[in-house]
Design a protein around this ligand. Structure first.
Ligand code: GLC
Length: 423
C-alpha cells in the first residue's frame, strides 16, 4: 500500500479522490514464497487478483531463497526476531510443527472454507497438537521419471530399475542410469525416505521411537551407496546436486531415469528448454521385495505470521490462495499438484498432470509423511550428514545409521520427545 498511499497524498484534495483514499486500507501485506519461473508468474497473477478483490490493497511478494534449508534459516531468523513481515509465509510441509510449537503462527482452521477437503497427509503435516496452523497449498510427491524411447515400461521393483538403468548406461544410450538429489540438504532426506519406504523401513516408528538403524534402513542405504559407488548407475556428481541440477542432467539427455517432484514435468515437456520433450513418462518410485511403493510427501503450506499487523487480511489471503480456482490455475501454469481432493475431479486438471488423476490420488494416499515434530529440521540434519557420509564412501552404511540413530535419540531425549528406549 505504501505506493498507493503516496498516490492518495499526491492526489490532493479533490473530493472524489479523497473519498477513494478513505476506502484504502492503511497498509498492505507481505507474502513470501517461491518466485522462480512459472511459479513467479502464477503467484504474481493471483496476488494481483486478490488485491483487486480487496480494495486494491497491495500485496508485496518478498523473494526468498529457493533451497529449502536456506529459506528455513531465513524464516527462523525473522520470526525469532518477531518481525511482522512476511504476513503470510510459504512453509515447507516439514516446518509447520516447529513454527507452531515456537508460537510463531496463528491457528488457521476456523477461517478456511472446507478444511476437510485437504489431502489427508498434507493436513496431518499442517496440524500441531490437534490444531491446524497452516493451509495446504500444493502437494509434492517424489516421482520416477523415465525415457520412453529407451525404457519399455515403468520398472516394477527396485532391482528392475537398477537393471534397466545399468543397461541404458552400459549401452551408451545415456551417460548415467539414474539421477537423484544427493547433496547434503533436505532433498537428500526425501530421496533416502523413498528408498527406506521401498525396503519397508521408517525414520521413526508409530510410537515415535527412532527406527533408522534397523535392517531395512541399512539395506536401503546400502542399495543407494552401491548405486553410486564405482561403476554404479548413479553418477557420483549427484552428491552435490539439488532438484534443478538433477532436472538439467535429465533434460539434457544424460540419464535414463530421474527422481524428482511434479514441477519438473511441464519443463521437461517444453521443447524450448528440454531435449527430451515428448519422450518421458512418470511412475511411482518402485518398492524392493517386502516394501511398498513409497513417494515422499512434500509440498507447501501457507501460514500467518503471529506478529502480523494485519492478521484478518492475511487469513483472507491464505483462504484465497488455497481455494480450488487458484489451485487449479497453479497446476495448469506451474505443474504443482492441488492440495484439495475436489480439484482432482475437475476435468480441466487432466492436461496439467504428469500421470492420470486417479493414479495421483492413489500415490497420495500411500505417500510417506516425514516425522511431524518441532525438532524435525535437526533430525533431518543428523540424517543428511550420516547418509551423505555413507554415500561418499566415508562410513559404512550400518555404522552411519547407528551413529544417526544415536544422535537422534539424544536429540529427542533432550527435547523431551523421547519415544521408548532403543531395542
Ligand atoms: C520440495 C518439497 C519439499 C521438500 C524439498 C526438498 O520443495 O516440496 O517438501 O522438503 O523439495 O528439497
Amino acid at each position: 500500500m505504501r505506493s498507493g498511499w503516496r498516490w492518495c497524498v499526491i492526489a490532493g484534495l479533490a473530493a472524489a479522490a479523497a473519498a477513494a483514499c478513505q476506502r484504502q486500507p492503511r497498509s498492505g501485506l507481505t507474502f513470501s514464497g517461491s518466485a522462480l519461473g512459472p511459479e513467479a508468474a502464477v503467484v504474481q497473477r493471483q496476488l494481483t487478483r486478490f488485491s483487486e478483490q480487496h480494495d486494491g490493497v497491495p500485496v508485496e511478494l518478498l523473494v526468498t531463497p529457493d533451497a529449502a534449508d536456506q529459506r528455513h534459516q531465513l524464516y527462523v531468523q525473522r520470526l525469532n526476531a518477531r518481525s511482522a513481515a512476511p504476513d503470510v509465509l510459504q512453509l515447507d510441509v516439514v516446518w509447520t510443527a516447529e513454527f507452531a510449537g515456537a508460537g510463531w503462527l496463528l491457528p488457521i482452521g476456523g477461517r478456511l472454507p472446507d478444511p476437510a477437503d485437504f489431502v489427508a497427509a498434507a493436513r496431518t503435516a499442517a496440524t500441531w497438537r490437534g490444531t491446524l496452523y497452516a493451509a495446504p497449498w500444493f502437494v509434492d510427491l517424489g516421482l520416477l521419471y523415465y525415457r520412453t524411447d529407451l525404457i519399455d515400461a515403468a520398472p516394477a521393483s527396485l532391482d528392475a530399475l537398477a537393471a534397466a538403468a545399468r543397461t541404458a548406461q552400459q549401452s551408451g544410450a545415456t551417460r548415467s542410469g539414474l539421477v537423484w538429489q544427493g547433496a547434503r540438504y533436505e532433498g537428500l532426506t526425501t530421496v533416502f525416505l523413498e528408498h527406506l519406504g521401498a525396503f519397508g523401513g521408517r525414520i521413526l516408528d508409530d510410537r515415535g521411537a527412532v527406527a533408522v538403524d534397523e535392517p531395512a534402513a541399512v539395506a536401503a542405504l546400502t542399495f543407494m551407496r552401491d548405486a553410486v559407488a564405482g561403476g554404479g548407475f548413479v553418477p557420483p556428481s549427484v552428491l552435490a546436486w539439488q532438484e534443478e541440477q538433477v532436472r538439467f542432467a535429465f533434460q539434457n539427455g544424460d540419464a535414463a531415469f530421474m527422481r524428482n517432484w511434479p514441477y519438473a514435468f511441464p519443463r521437461l515437456q517444453d521443447s524450448q528448454q528440454s531435449s527430451i520433450a515428448g519422450r518421458i513418462a512418470v511412475a511411482p518410485f518402485p518398492p524392493a521385495a517386502g516394501g511398498r511403493p513409497a513417494a515422499a510427501l512434500g509440498g507447501a503450506q501457507l501460514a500467518v505470521n503471529a506478529w502480523s499487523e494485519h492478521p484478518e487480511l492475511a487469513m483472507a489471503l491464505v483462504a484465497f490462495l488455497t481455494a480450488p480456482a487458484q489451485m487449479l490455475e497453479r497446476a495448469q501454469l506451474a505443474g504443482q499438484l492441488p492440495a484439495r481432493r475436489a480439484v482432482y475431479d475437475d476435468p480441466r486438471l487432466a492436461g496439467a498432470l504428469p500421470v492420470p488423476a486417479v493414479d495421483i490420488r492413489r500415490i497420495l494416499d500411500d505417500a510417506i509423511v516425514r516425522p511431524v515434530t518441532p525438532v524435525y529440521s535437526e533430525l533431518s540434519e543428523i540424517l543428511q550428514v550420516q547418509v551423505h557420509r555413507a554415500l561418499s564412501g566415508q562410513t559404512a552404511p550400518e555404522a552411519a545409521l547407528r551413529q544417526a540413530a544415536a544422535d537422534m535419540r539424544t536429540l529427542l531425549a533432550r527435547a523431551g520427545l523421547q519415544g521408548p528406549p532403543a531395542p
